[in-house]
Design a protein around this ligand. Structure first.
Ligand code: FES
Length: 133
């Protein structure tokens, strides 16, 4: 991909359509999406842990548990430099990848809103939380 082809905005996905192929998201990486066709468009993100086993993948609403801000400073960048935790760019809250619970920063014990994901035929599908339908 050349620099002129790089689009930093989150991909817009119609509700019910696959977000991406699992193979597009390498372990230790994250990717943001905007799901539309719901009552309220919803920003979400996917993460594959750096030590992901098989189809291991996690997804959360892109809204910090501290002040409800999007977590990414640079679009699609949700992880620390080692790819081991989720970090909010606004005030530095640190969340575990596997359950979205804040383990450091301004909102310890609070959690990100987890998404129900399904991998079907190599494609990642999300079930949008009821409050956005
Ligand atoms: S808004 Fe995320 S840490 Fe404050």
């Amino acid at each position: 991909m050349s620099l002129s082809e790089f689009d930093p905005r989150p991909a817009t996905i119609p509700v019910g359509e696959p977000l991406c192929a699992l193979a597009e998201l390498a372990p230790g990486h994250s990717k943001g999406f905007r799901v539309e066709g719901t009552e309220t468009p919803v920003l979400i993100f996917l993460i594959r842990p750096i030590d992901a086993q098989n189809g291991e993948i996690y997804g959360y609403v892109n809204q910090c548990a501290h002040r409800s801000m999007p977590l990414d400073w640079v679009e699609g960048e949700f992880l620390d430099t080692e790819g081991k935790t989720i970090v909010c760019a606004t005030h530095g809250a640190v969340f575990r990848i596997e359950d979205g619970i804040c383990i450091d920063g301004p909102c310890p014990g609070k959690g990100l809103q987890a998404l129900s994901l399904e991998v079907r035929d190599g494609q990642v599908y999300v079930s949008v939380p009821p409050r956005y339908r």
